[in-house]
Structures are given as C-alpha cells and as structure tokens.
Design a protein around this ligand. Structure first.
Ligand code: 6PG
Length: 630
C-alpha cells in the first residue's frame, strides 16, 4: 500500500476509536488517538473543566500534523483519530500532505449518537456538550462518509473497499471521444475512474452502462457524482477532461475544484482555445492545481486505437502524465509514441488549432480536386479510381477517406450526391485565421478554406445567382496529371504556411517548439497524417521552414507549371478553386524580390503621413513626402 495517513473523524461517541482499532488490525498499521497529543496546557485546561478554544486547538492540531509528516517521511502509514469537526481544523492537519491523506467521516443523527454515548459505561457527556459539537460540525466534502448505524465490522469492510477502490487515472466526460479514450486507456491496463454527469430522465447511469458494455472496462469504476469520482482516484490525481470546449470546461473545473487536492493534475483533451488554456493554467496554479492543455487528434477511431497527442503546460507536470498519454498514443514508423511535450502555456492547444487549420485546407484541396475532376466528366467512382492511383505518389489519411466517401452508394446513386453542400465548423479554423492575422503570418490557404466553408453556407444566395452565371457549357482545359501536380504543389504551400504560423508563435511566446518533433507526432494517429508529413520530420531537422529546403524548392519548381495551368483553366471554366488559387498566388508573391508594397507605402504616406523607408538608404530611416508640393 502506498503511504497513507487515514484520519477518522466525527463527533464524540460515533465510535471513531473502535473503528480505528479494528482497521489498524486489518491493515496492520498503527493507530494514534488524537487525544494523546494535546499539549500540557490543554490537558490542564480540560482537567479543570474548561472548554478549549480554537487557539488551544491550533497547537494540538499542529502536533497531529507533525505526527503525520513524521510518518510520511518514514514511509509508514497510520490511522489518526480526532474529531476535526471544522474545515479549518482539517486544513491544518492536511497542510501539504493532501496527497497522502484519506478522510473517513463517521456520522449519525444527534439522537443516534446520544444513545450510543448513553449506552457506554463509565462515560458521560451532557446533551449540551454533544449538541455544541453538532452545532460546529462542518461536513467534509472530501471524505468517505459512513453512517454509524452499521456494525463496526461492516464499517471497516466499507473503509477497506473504499481505500482499495482507487484508480490511477480519471476520465471526465463520456461523449464520443471520452468513451474511445477510456477504452484505449483500459486496453492499456490503466485502472480508470469514469465520470459522466447525471441528468434525470436524459442522461442516467451513462458511466455504469458504458462500463458494462465493454469487457476491457471490467475493473473501471463508474460514477455520476463528482465527489465519489474524485475520491476514487489516487493522489496526486490525474483527470482527463473530455468535454466541450468553451464555457463547459470552466464549469467542469469549478465543479471539480472543491474536491481536488493540492498537486492534482487536470488534462484538457478538448479543442480549447489556447489563450483560454493559458488563463485556466494560471487560475488553477493559484489553487495549487496543475493544468495540461493537450491537443488530441484522430477522431473517434484515433481516440480508440491511438490518437496523436500534443500536450502543453509545465514540463515537470507533463512528466507525471507522460506514461499514460504515451501508452494510449498512436505509434510512428519507429514505434515511438505520437505524443510529445510541445511547450509551455497553451502551446499544445495552439498547435492543435493550427493542425485543424491545415486540416481545413487539406480537406478543401481535395474538395476542389473533386470539382475539377467532375468537370472533366468523371463520376464519383471514376474519381475514386483516379485518387486511388495517387496514393502511391501523394498518400494521406484524408485522401484515403475521400476515396471511401466517393465510393459509397445509396441505392443506385452515390451518397455524396445527396449530401447538402453546406460545410459546418466548430471554430478552430476561425481561431487559426484570427491567430494568423494577429501574428502577421500570411496563412492564406487556411483562411481561404475557412471562407470557402462560409461561402458554402449561403446556399440560397448561391442558387439565386447561379441563374445569371450558367457555366455548364464551359469545359476545363486541364488533365488529371496536372491536377495531381497542382494538388501536390498546394499541399506543400499549405504545410509551409501552417508550420510557419507555429514557428512565428513559438518565437513570439518563447515556446521553443521543435517542428521536426511536431511533424513526427503528426505522422500517425492524427487527421493530417500523410507521406508529406513523414518527409517533413527530416526537412525540419535542418530547416526552420519548408521553403528553405532545396529538395522542396526543386519540387515546387517542377510542379509549378501544372498548378498555373490548372488554376488558369479553372478560372476560365469558372470552377470554384479558391484554395488552389491561393497556393500559386502565394508563391507568386512570396518569391518576388520586389513586391507592389511600395505603392501601398506611398499611398499610406500620401493620405496619412505614415512615412516609408527608401531603397537607396540602408540606414532604415523613415521619410515623409509632401505629395502635393511641386
Ligand atoms: C481531429 C479533428 C477534430 C475534429 C474537429 C473538426 O484532429 O481529430 O480535427 O478535432 O474533427 O472538431 O472541426 P470542424 O468541425 O471545425 O471541421
């Protein structure tokens, strides 16, 4: 048994010593009666019949606390019996030893306890004295609570089973991702406590029913009350929160806080905003609770069989949850876990957010490829066959699922023809766009793929306008080889822009993110895993950004004629390909030694005296021109 200090508390007469005696024999650990630790002045006061005040009790509680610390240092468990009726008393006893302490609160009604006292030989306690104890009693939130109605043997059995009923890891929130992660944790031999809230008539016994459905959860402990859930987890507790990002996370944290102990660790595995993660980290720090913001990618299947995990926060704290997260993570080509410490604060959630931004653009590129191939007259099955042939050259998870999607039929028609063309989103693409604007990084493809989703949403307006802009007779002057090359080109630019955004954020916030390692944990488990990502692990070993690598420059040079052809043909035939277009437009701008920004600077200076720097003055000095003067 891990060293434990078991405090048995309650009013006089509930049978604390009897239970402690029995428990001490069962567990083979010593038991100390708190009354034996009063300082001399207290003993004198009590024998003079004077009641103790809080100041007197302070020294006594301090003695008991010292005893507990001594036991912990010697790695010896023990049982300490004392009334500890007020929370303030318990706080003294518990100070900085929370992770070792277990609290057993024996309780009964006034009449019950009075009767028990009256039955005791050689013991008298006035009703008033007992009443005063009930008056000051503050029921502990964080204790194993047992009614003394039961026999002492039964009580000891309950205590023993509760003490043994501890898990290594808690999972809060059994939605789609929470369920898959729980099964993954259990399949890896991790003893779990599971929690889902109870909403009468709507969500009842979720944790219990879920546990009963899967054999791997046989040893998991299901809960729908927070106190018992928290109490069932070994300290320092590690609890993963799998709930909706946003306000729900704050609510859950506030619900958990009263039951947590100093040093416990909460892991937010949702798609939380990185700024909020930093705030929550600092808020919980002030309460001596640790917080890890972990990006988790892979959807339902990934969560079950191995997601990619991007944890951020304090490194020392991460080390405490590392074994759990690494066990459940996907494995890369070298069998290393796709889970690695990203950096401090909200950096884990930041990179997950950009992951999703890259994901948006990757998805949009495939949607545009589909539109182009459709324009060439291919049906979904034929397009799937074309994409299938691309796997040998440009494989990715998203390519694979798109092939499956295109082949899916419902009756005689393809299911894709029946899916409404309005794309939803949960906000991460929006945040990436905000972040890229705030950090001054031109991640144009993420932004255009987000706006493509927004554009799709105005279905009625699109229908109305389509009557005026009929394009059905326009043919596409491009072939599928060029479309593949255009797609390859655009993917490189997308990855450049996404990683560049991460690099700039890392520089700005001193996160020190290792891009090669990040690419590595994205080689499996996550939605944007691909052969390109695997190659980037090596690229980032020597380059800070993708466009520094000679082999990538060479590749872009060879693919560029095709994307120019495809985008030009797309525009001529009026096919909507905003993200492919952005890819080539970006390189057209980014590869020019001289841009058109001199015109912008002159305009700014003209109307706003914003000044400009000159190409013929290397000092960097700023100039202003009086444009209207001769
Ligand atoms: C992942 C996904 C995952 C999820 C997003 C999709 O990495 O597993 O990115 O996080 O699918 O919520 O976001 P949208 O609803 O915004 O497309």
């Amino acid at each position: 048994m891990k060293t434990k200090i078991i405090f048995i508390i309650g009013v006089s007469g509930v049978g604390k010593s009897t239970i402690a005696n029995l428990l001490s024999q069962e567990l083979q650990v010593p038991f100390f009666d708190g009354d034996d630790f009063h300082p001399k002045k207290n003993i004198k006061k009590m024998s003079d019949g004077k009641p103790l005040n809080d100041a007197d009790r302070y020294d006594w509680l301090q003695n008991l606390h010292d005893l507990a610390v001594k036991q912990i240092k010697a790695k010896k468990s023990c049982i300490i019996v004392c009334s500890a009726l007020k929370q303030a008393y318990r706080d003294i006893l518990n100070h900085q030893i929370e992770q070792y302490s277990e609290w057993i609160f024996l309780h009964g009604s006034f009449l019950q306890v009075k009767k028990r006292l009256d039955n005791r030989k050689n013991h008298f306690m006035s009703s008033e004295l007992l009443k005063s104890q009930f008056d000051i009693l503050e029921t502990p939130a964080n204790a194993i609570k047992i009614n003394v109605e039961k026999s002492p043997e039964h009580i000891v059995e309950i205590i023993k089973s509760q003490l043994n009923k501890t898990s290594e890891f808690g999972l809060f929130g059994l939605g789609v991702m929470g369920k898959s992660l729980s099964r993954n944790l259990a399949n890896n031999g991790i003893k779990l406590s599971l929690f889902n809230r109870n909403v009468t008539g709507k969500e009842e016994n979720i944790a219990l029913n879920f546990k009963n459905k899967f054999p791997e959860l046989a040893t998991a402990l299901p809960f729908d009350d927070i106190a018992s859930f928290v109490n069932s987890i070994q300290k320092p507790r590690k609890i993963m929160l799998m709930v909706n990002a946003g306000k729900t996370i704050d609510l859950v944290i506030d619900n958990l806080l009263p039951y947590l102990s100093e040093g416990d660790i909460l892991i937010d595995g949702g798609n939380s905003n990185y700024n909020k993660t930093k705030e929550r980290h600092n808020y919980l720090m002030s309460k001596n609770i640790h917080f890890i913001g972990a990006g988790v990618s892979g959807g339902e299947e990934g969560a079950l069989h191995g997601p990619s995990i991007m944890p951020g926060g304090t490194k020392e704290i991460y080390k405490k949850v590392q074994p759990y997260l690494e066990k459940i993570a996907a494995k890369d080509n070298n069998n290393l876990p796709c889970c690695s410490y990203v950096g401090p604060e909200g950096s884990g959630h930041f990179v997950k957010m950009v992951h999703n931004g890259i994901e948006y653009a990757e998805m949009q590129l495939l949607a545009e490829v589909f539109t182009l191939l459709k324009k060439l007259g291919e049906n979904p099955d034929e397009i799937a066959t074309i994409l299938e042939s691309w796997k040998a050259i440009e494989n990715s998870y998203l390519l694979e699922i798109t092939i499956d999607i295109l082949r899916k039929k419902e009756g005689k028609d393809w299911l894709i023809h029946k899916i409404m063309d309005k794309a939803g989103n949960k906000g991460t693409g929006n945040w990436t766009t905000i972040a890229t604007a705030q950090l001054g990084v031109p991640s144009t493809m993420i932004t255009s793929s987000l706006f493509a989703r927004y554009t799709s949403f105005f279905k009625e307006e699109r229908i109305a306008l389509s009557a005026y802009f009929d394009t059905s007779d326009l043919s596409l002057n491009a072939n599928k080889e060029d479309i593949l090359k255009a797609y390859q080109f655009a993917r490189i630019i997308n990855h450049y822009q996404g990683f560049k955004l991460i690099k700039e954020a890392s520089n700005r916030y001193n996160w020190n993110i290792n891009l090669s390692e990040l690419a590595r944990i994205w080689t499996n488990g996550c939605i944007i895993r691909s052969d390109l990502m695997t190659s980037l692990v090596t690229t980032f070993k020597t380059a800070d950004h993708i466009l520094q690598a000679p082999e990538i420059i060479e590749k872009l040079q060879s693919l560029k004629p095709s994307i120019k052809k495809v985008v030009a043909a797309g525009i001529v035939s009026e096919v909507a390909i905003p993200t492919l277009t952005d890819a080539i437009s970006f390189l057209n701008s980014f590869s020019k030694a001289n841009s058109s920004a001199n015109i912008i600077q002159a305009q700014r200076d003209y109307f706003g005296a914003h000044t400009y720097q000159r190409t013929d003055d290397a000092s960097g000095k700023f100039y202003h021109t009086h444009w209207n003067e001769n």
